[in-house]
Design a protein around this ligand. Sequence first.
Ligand SMILES: Cc1cc2nc3c(=O)[nH]c(=O)nc-3n(C[C@H](O)[C@H](O)[C@H](O)COP(=O)(O)O)c2cc1C
Length: 234
Amino acid sequence: MDNIQYIVDEVIGSRHSVRAFLPDQPVSKSIIESILAVSSRAPSGTNTQPWKVYVVSGKKRDEIVEKVCNAQLQVNADPSLKEQYTETFSYYPEKWISPYIDRRRENGWGLYGLLNIQRGEKEKMAAQQLRNYKLFDAPVGIFVTVNKAMGIGAKMDIAMMLQNIMLSAKARGLDTCPQAAWNHFHQIVLDSLNAPDDEELVCTIALGYADKNAPVNTFHTPREPVENFTTFLE
Ligand SMILES: Cc1cc2nc3c(=O)[nH]c(=O)nc-3n(C[C@H](O)[C@H](O)[C@H](O)COP(=O)(O)O)c2cc1C
């Protein structure tokens, strides 16, 4: 195999969502800048480059984590508060259909199995959900926003940028977890970032060095074979 093909395939194939990071191993600003510089080579419709990126570490990271964890804890205590924290766009469908719901369930139970969470163990599930808002202990949170005036296509552009960030991080020995979970708390996040009112939170990425001893990081998800999702026509 051609060397560049091997490297690209290796980086794509080895990226996976990491849910336990080493909190005390910081990521240097120069590495993050180089990740973002190459990631901005992502294509975007008519080269609009609609992404805005907030890189959060140190005190600001801790402040956002604390505020959002507190909000989630309040929701846990009083589920009616959940209504206050609706996403600005629905990431998931309102009504699930097969086979997606089946894969979703398999994914959830696979993860919970590794974390030793059994059916009905609501407290443990809530604790794992809260780990999202601790960035899984990652020292860096990358919050990506878009101007609300942009169309749905801008979210496609941003998704490509996000994948570039995750792959170029992987190529530098770093790991990531993309997180839609934060979207529920977009207002708290955007206020803390001092983002202008016309911005919308699209996605968050936890970034850091993986804790290689954490069982949760041994979770590797399956993929359907090509013939199951592809139609070749001639
Ligand atoms: C846009 C997006 C949002 C996601 N949000 C979360 C999240 O909030 N919390 C989480 O633990 N994983 C989240 N994930 C990770 C997925 O569960 C994961 O990508 C999927 O199970 C496939 O596993 P892999 O990333 O290890 O290949 C998200 C993934 C994507 C693409």
